[in-house]
Design a protein around this ligand. Sequence first.
Ligand code: FES
Length: 111
Amino acid sequence: MSKSFPVLLQPSGMRFDAPAGTSVLLAAQAAGIKLPSSCRNGTCRACMCLMLDGSVVYGIEWPGLSRDEKEDGWILPCVAQPASALEIQVPLAVPLEPAAPAPRPLTGARR
Ligand code: FES
């Protein structure tokens, strides 16, 4: 079993577990959470977000982020793999499936 790390999304408070060796983006998707993305290979920066806490690793030095941006905490979730528990700021994160409709109120109740 590979190790996994808890990921907390802000400001929504959604959480999921991200296995080591898997991108944060794919781990979120597997958990039913959609994060912004486009190219998914670390070049377009559509997924770029701020890491508030934790650390990530990349398979290669990713060209999509400057050294300054990395030092400021910006990550590319499509290619970043968790190296610890993470807290990241992703205002556009949404559940993949729309929430099930609320059960219909009971009808026919006596007044
Ligand atoms: S989706 Fe393009 S850089 Fe992450």
